[in-house]
Design a protein around this ligand. Structure first.
Ligand code: FAD
Length: 393
């Protein structure tokens, strides 16, 4: 018997979390704080020991939903004050290189923060080491699941051994291509849809200037909207910028020589060439390939009182609303509230989460799809700027 956070003496639950990404490692902290035993299984190596992999957004916009969750686990102040770079609005780059800004919130000065994905994930994992009731297993890939029985089989990719475990509760936080969700799809009445958009994304980099400072005003999310495609840039701690080009795959394919690439950038993003550097632009562009973007909607998120999916596993969204991670973090906050409300009774918690959460995640998914059109196109229209000016009065 252990005294749980709610003050009741109760046997702690044995929870297995699949996926030690942003959402899984945050959920581990929430559950550990409540006194439950948490085993966290992650397919990759411990990211704290590996260099940043290219191609998966290096930085992310952290907003109020995500901040709330970080506050609950005691990490908000650290992330915001020591690591986050405030972005107070969008800085729009016109074709001629001139810029103008659109504040996010001219009335109360709220802003979003650019944070490093690896830094945040590492911080959450490191924090979990402060809890004796969290075990972390890296290089563990989920290969089979019997969710009704609460049993999982992992392949230890380092030793090639299979590892079988049982848990009171399985939480799938294993991302957009979730293996836990795949197992859930065998359940009757499980709704599922996925949509790949025709655009892919490729990451480039604007380095720090010669004196180690930012080459563009840092407190903005920079956007080069070009109608059917766009480029954005978010600031990094080392004064570089992660630049992301979103464009239809067929347009990426057309840029198959250095000459075509430079012509394209001279035509559409001329002011970015001296910032990125011609040589680096060519190197970075041709050393990567565009990644696809998928949105997933599904429900219910649970199987009985045994299994639940959260984060991208439950609701992957396209990134244009900057809410994927934030919504996943909010899942953890809401779950924690349900653990309190139902005194750790899994049947009630999972049923309510499933029946109430999907409406908001479906809405965020739709808003994210809409915001792509806004970011790449509508934001440049005079009517948009006029409306925004009135909104801000
Ligand atoms: P993931 O981050 O995908 O983590 C899942 C983890 O599960 C991974 O570590 C993976 O290795 C592991 N895993 C997978 N399969 C298995 C398996 N079989 N067994 C064990 N482990 C497994 N969101 C924002 O809020 N703001 C932004 O600004 C933003 N920008 C983005 C920009 C881009 C270009 C993209 C693509 C996404 C962006 N997002 C943003 C969305 C954000 O990246 C995701 O919502 C977030 O990473 C979801 O976290 P997660 O932990 O649910 O999934």
């Amino acid at each position: 018997m252990t005294t749980l956070q709610n003050g009741h003496s109760k046997k702690p639950l044995d929870v297995a979390i699949v996926g030690g990404g942003l959402v899984g490692s945050l959920e581990a902290l929430y559950l550990a704080k409540r006194g439950h035993r948490v085993r966290l299984y992650e397919y990759r190596e411990d990211i704290r020991k590996t260099p940043q992999a290219r191609g998966r957004s290096i930085n992310l916009a952290l907003s109020i939903r995500g901040r709330r969750a970080l506050k609950d686990v005691g990490l908000e102040a650290h992330m915001i004050e020591q690591h986050g770079i405030p972005m107070v609005g969008r800085m729009i780059h016109r074709l001629d290189g001139s810029t103008y800004d659109i504040p996010y919130d001219a009335r109360t000065n709220q802003c979003i923060y650019s944070v490093g994905r690896n830094y945040l994930n590492s911080l959450l994992l490191k924090e979990s080491e402060n809890y004796h009731n969290v075990e972390r297993s890296f290089n563990h890939k989920l290969i089979e699941a019997n969710l009704k029985k609460g049993s999982l089989t992992f392949l230890n990719t380092a030793t090639k051994e299979e590892v079988n475990i049982n848990a009171d509760l399985i939480i799938g936080a294993d991302g957009a291509f979730s293996a836990v969700r795949k197992a859930m799809m065998k359940q009757p009445l499980f709704d599922y849809s996925q949509k790949y958009i025709e655009h892919g994304y490729l990451e480039l980099c604007i380095p720090a200037d010669e004196s180690g400072g930012f080459q563009m005003p840092a407190s903005y999310l920079h956007i080069w909207p070009r109608g059917t495609f766009m480029m954005i840039a978010l600031p990094n701690q080392d004064c570089s910028w992660t630049v992301t080009l979103f464009m239809p795959f067929e347009n990426f394919k057309e840029l198959d020589t250095e000459e075509k690439l430079i012509d394209f950038f001279e035509k559409y993003f001329p002011d970015s060439i001296p910032l990125i550097g011609r040589k680096r632009l060519i190197e970075d562009f041709f050393s990567g390939s565009p990644s696809p973007l998928v949105a997933v909607k599904c429900r219910p998120y649970n199987v009985d009182d045994k299994a639940l999916i959260i984060g991208d596993a439950a609701h992957a969204v396209v990134p244009f609303y900057g809410q994927g991670m934030n919504a996943g973090f909010e899942d953890c906050t809401l779950l924690d509230q349900l653990f309190q409300k139902y005194n750790d009774n899994l049947a009630d918690i999972l049923t309510e989460f499933s029946s109430s959460r999907w409406r908001d995640t479906y809405a965020i998914s739709d808003l994210a799809m809409y915001n792509y059109i806004e970011m790449r196109d509508l934001v440049t229209r005079p009517s948009y700027r006029l409306r925004k000016a009135f909104d801000d009065l």
